[in-house]
Design a protein around this ligand. Structure first.
Ligand code: SF4
Length: 490
């Protein structure tokens, strides 16, 4: 596959599409206002937020303890645990498990981890059809589209577009849409319900992710709003769950914190309409066979980065997407990953590295306004990680790749930025030069261009150049106090 375009080019079409921008603006503004009201109801929100961050940090520091404990508990409860180092290994494990059942169809619970590894395409290559059962994922699948939001994958579609997709494509995947389908939410939901019911009643294999895994009992947890997930988790004979290693929490008591943080941050609800938990297998109740595929795929490398690792706290609530001015205009597809928006801009370059034009551009897909940090329920300092990753893109340096410390080169195309930063560092190290430069800049005010020439043009085209004061602070100090500061050479 050719390398995907860097974010600015990938986003250009979306930014120029007025209907898409209107859809995104309407949806994100609605969700963000509801979320703010739901959060304001809790006087101890900041304490909960700090508790969520602390639990995640502690658990991530001790994954070597909690993951074996989880495996032990899952196995003792009748499940089987598989370890997948990367996407290819995880896909191979799932394909082999489905093949072993003799089935060629699976029903799926919405899951970010399976999107991250491209499971549906991997299954399709082996002749296995995966049916998405989440309403928004169904819209994306029937429209041969890609998800563009963590919580609402079809956020870029309006009701008329969804009606057209259902009418045109449902028949190709199973029960067709009813004749004369309208575009009211009730009609669309009913069409999806009838279409999906057939799948729920015939599927022998279910595939899911999990929002959390409780180490002390080996329990998986899925929270959702529609109930389709619960059908997938309970009706099939075999259940395969693909879950990132960072989803583990030590105890049920820890889980309680996240079951408060997640619904208010994501859907602005006080609690999730459906919270499903399952522990191994139980005779006469739910699937007879349960497989847990624990996915690394770059997570332990991210964990080795003391600044970037905070991205692994993410509970995928999508609050940061809904407040991001860049996401609101560019939509999710330009991020080229299952994880769009601010969290995608810091998680994807850590999971995949910064070796492609797209991945190297993601840390720049932000205005650094800080709104994402303000709303994050686990207090991930996204702007801090963005700046940290920008430094990596421009300077290169030491990173961990597949468990080994490696020195990476700077990404291509940042020579001017690198040279400017080196020059700035040198000038700040030489106060005499800095002072002379400041005086020269002040005396040539009239000659200053409004736009920078050459490679600096891209920067100055979208920003006002900082104005140079007619007198530097040092000169003002000298003139008004008549004395030099203690560091200044005469
Ligand atoms: S980074 Fe924070 S706000 Fe964004 S999806 Fe993750 S938990 Fe939610």
């Amino acid at each position: 596959m050719p390398p995907r375009a860097a974010f600015p080019r990938a986003a250009a079409a979306a930014v120029g599409d007025a209907r898409l921008r209107a859809n995104l603006r309407h949806a994100t503004h609605t969700i963000r206002a509801k979320r703010a009201a739901a959060v304001a109801e809790l006087p101890d929100w900041e304490l909960l937020r700090a508790a969520g961050a602390a639990i995640k940090d502690r658990t991530l520091r001790h994954l070597d303890h909690y993951l074996p404990r989880l495996e032990e508990a899952v196995t003792a409860a009748g499940g089987r645990v598989h370890w997948a180092a990367d996407a290819a290994e995880a896909n191979r494990i799932v394909v082999d498990l489905v093949r072993a059942t003799g089935e060629t169809e699976v029903v799926k619970v919405k899951s970010m981890a399976t999107q991250e590894i491209g499971l549906n395409a991997a299954l399709a290559r082996e002749g296995i059809t995966a049916y998405e059962t989440d309403l928004a994922e169904l819209i994306v699948q029937l429209g041969d589209d890609l998800p563009s939001h963590i919580l609402v994958p079809a956020i870029h579609r309006n009701r008329g577009e969804i009606r057209d997709i259902f009418a045109r494509r449902m028949g190709d995947w199973g029960r067709p849409a009813p004749e004369g389908l309208g575009d009211t939410p009730a009609e669309l939901a009913e069409a999806a319900r009838l279409h999906l019911r057939e799948k729920f009643l015939t599927a022998k294999v279910g595939v899911s992710g999990a929002n959390f895994m409780v180490a002390e009992t080996g329990t998986m947890v899925v929270v959702e709003s529609e109930g389709n997930g619960r059908m997938c988790l309970t009706l099939p004979e075999t259940l395969i769950s693909v879950v990132g290693v960072e989803k583990v929490v030590p105890t049920w008591r820890d889980l309680e914190v996240f079951l408060q943080l997640l619904p208010r941050s994501s859907t602005a609800e006080r609690m999730n309409p459906y919270t499903s938990t399952w522990t191994g297998t139980t005779d006469g109740d739910g699937p007879h066979v349960f497989h847990l595929v624990l996915l690394d795929n770059g997570r332990t490398d991210a964990l080795a980065d003391t600044v970037g690792r905070q991205a692994l706290r993410c509970i995928r609530c999508s609050a940061c997407l809904n407040v991001c001015p860049v996401y609101e205009r560019a939509g999710g597809h330009a991020y080229g990953s299952a994880y769009p928006g601010p969290i995608g801009a810091i998680l994807t370059p850590q999971l995949r590295g910064t070796g492609t034009p797209l991945d190297a551009s993601l840390p720049y897909a932000s205005s650094l306004c800080g709104a994402c940090y303000e709303v994050c329920p686990v207090a991930i300092d996204i702007p801090e990680v963005l700046v940290h990753l920008r430094e990596r893109v421009v300077q290169g340096g030491q990173v961990t790749l597949r468990g080994t410390r490696t020195v990476i080169k700077p990404a291509r195309g940042h020579a001017a930025e690198r040279a400017a930063l080196r020059a700035a560092a040198w000038a700040f190290d030489h106060p005499g030069v800095l002072r002379a430069g400041q005086r020269l800049a002040a005396r040539t005010l009239r000659l200053h261009p409004r736009r920078l020439p050459g490679p600096g043009r891209a920067w100055s085209d979208s920003r006002a150049l900082p104005e140079v004061p007619a007198e530097s602070f040092r000169d003002w100090w000298l003139r008004t106090r008549g004395e030099r500061d203690s560091h200044e050479q005469p």
